[in-house]
Design a protein around this ligand. Structure first.
Ligand code: SF4
Ligand code: SF4
Ligand code: SF4
Length: 457
């Protein structure tokens, strides 16, 4: 057989050899399929053989290498799986908020407040329950959703009774600034299993830099009263902090503070320059990529050292889970993110969106009004279809990136169109995955121990 014939044969056998990437670590080499996220660690000698095997100009066969790669699930043609069914519906119940956080992507003065129309939202919930894959998670969002508490009670009870009649499961979550907590909210939330996430940026001085009232005063003292009045309820919530210039250098302290409230899970979201953040003193909120990397590294090292045992540091865990178990479960860190796929959202004035994080001025930011078009039509329509079609796998630099299947090209909501990448999220993904690969190669025990400590909680 000629060299040319051999090359053709190998090209056919190794259908996607060009997607297998090698990442040099200190003592080993990570071999990863950038499209499936499958990986293995190899010695440098084996890595050299793999390199030769993958070289389209090399003539030699190497059945052992071929078998190893295939056994690890690498180099296989991608099978297009059907899109996941709808699993999450976000209800923006009002765009009003009693706080005036300076960076708020949802900010609207209270006198211009819009409150969701109950009948329209009930109709949307009924549509979502009929097209979900047996289970729907409804997220109660705002503005500050607890400002319209009676509406929440009505919609939750409607969804429960509709789900029961249809034989599907429904679960509820929500995001609150905790400043309007009262006994009625606590009791109803407990009775109906509403899992709240609390928006808090850290201990008082850090939190109050940007999370302020409309008069400019800090919001932490208001939250503190409720933390002291309902400590068990607060401990049952999760927490999320927006990373800004005010807290980026204090995120380990922020995590420890949240842990001290006996809250078991904490996440971050990176400041998004939209809403009030886009029109205010925008540069004041942003931070440099080096500070973010340092913050992540300190959190990660703290978790590995046992400082956060039993406390889910999600900025670390989401990368760990993705790397170890493959992308998919976390809808924001993969190609084909949840927007317009598992996820649909409704603004307080009744506009369908593929994801509530997408600014309404984005080319795919709005997909029709709930009173004019139903969810099935919206999901099949051009706006949601455009979101689902986003694919950066062939666009530089993602087309050569080993982490593509574990990143997906970053959250589209941070870009002005579907081809944009967030440079911050890109740098974060590269740094996190390389760090994790290095530690798994050197000594996986600390990673596995931390993950086990969180899983057993
Ligand atoms: S960030 Fe949340 S709590 Fe702050 S003003 Fe916006 S909606 Fe209100
Ligand atoms: S648009 Fe961004 S936040 Fe929304 S599902 Fe996609 S990755 Fe997640
Ligand atoms: S956005 Fe960055 S990390 Fe993500 S796939 Fe593209 S190049 Fe890789």
């Amino acid at each position: 057989m000629s060299i040319e014939q051999l090359q053709v044969l190998r090209k056919e056998q190794s259908l996607r050899a060009s997607d297998i990437k090698l990442v040099e670590l200190e003592d080993e080499t990570l071999v990863i399929d950038r499209m499936t996220g499958r990986w293995l660690l190899s010695s440098s000698e084996t890595a050299a053989r793999i390199n030769r095997y993958l070289d389209p100009h090399a003539a030699g066969e190497d059945p052992a290498v071929s078998a190893s790669l295939r056994d690890a699930g690498m180099g296989q043609p991608l099978v297009d799986s059907p899109d996941a069914p709808l699993g999450m519906l976000i209800l923006k119940l009002t765009n009003a908020c009693n706080l005036g956080c300076l960076y708020c992507y949802d900010y609207d003065p209270i006198h211009k407040a819009t409150v969701a129309d109950k009948t329209s939202f009930e109709r949307a919930i009924a549509q979502a329950l009929r097209m979900c894959g047996g289970k729907l998670r409804i997220i109660l969002h705002g503005g500050e959703p607890t400002l319209v508490w009676p509406l929440i009670e009505g919609l939750v009870e409607f969804a429960e009774s509709e789900a029961k009649a249809l034989g599907v499961a429904v679960a509820f979550g929500g995001q609150t600034n905790l400043t309007k907590l009262n006994a009625r909210i606590v009791q109803f939330s407990v009775d109906h299993g509403i899992a709240w996430g609390i928006s808090i940026d850290g201990p008082p001085a850090v939190n109050d830099t940007y999370r302020v009232t409309h008069r400019g005063g800090g919001s932490h003292a208001i939250m503190q009263k409720h933390i002291e009045a309902w400590p068990e309820f607060v401990a049952s919530c999760g927490a999320i902090s927006t990373v800004t210039s005010a807290n980026v250098k204090h995120l380990v302290e922020v995590a420890h503070y949240i842990k001290s409230l006996r809250i078991r899970a904490w996440d971050w979201t990176l400041f998004q320059p939209s809403g009030r953040g886009a029109t205010g003193a925008d540069s004041a909120f942003s931070f440099d990529v080096g500070s973010l990397m340092m913050a992540w590294r300190n959190l990660y090292q703290g978790a590995l050292a046992g400082d956060f045992d039993g406390f889910a540091v999600r900025p670390v865990l989401k990368y760990l889970y993705n790397f170890l178990y493959g992308s998919g479960a976390y809808m924001c860190l993969r190609p084909k993110c949840g927007a317009g796929r598992e996820l649909a959202s409704i603004t307080a004035d009744g506009v369908w969106q593929g994801c509530d994080c997408i600014d309404r001025s984005h080319p795919c930011g709005e997909a029709g009004n709930v009173d004019e078009v139903d969810l099935a039509t919206v999901r099949a329509g051009p706006g949601f279809e455009a979101l689902r079609s986003r694919d950066l796998s062939e666009a530089a630099p993602c087309n050569a990136c080993p982490w593509y299947s574990l990143c997906g090209g970053t959250c589209l909501a941070y870009g002005s169109d579907l081809t944009d990448r967030s440079l911050l999220h890109c740098a974060m993904a590269q740094y996190a995955y390389k760090s994790i690969a290095q530690d798994l190669s050197a000594d996986p025990s600390r990673i596995l121990r931390y993950m086990a400590s969180v899983a057993t909680r």
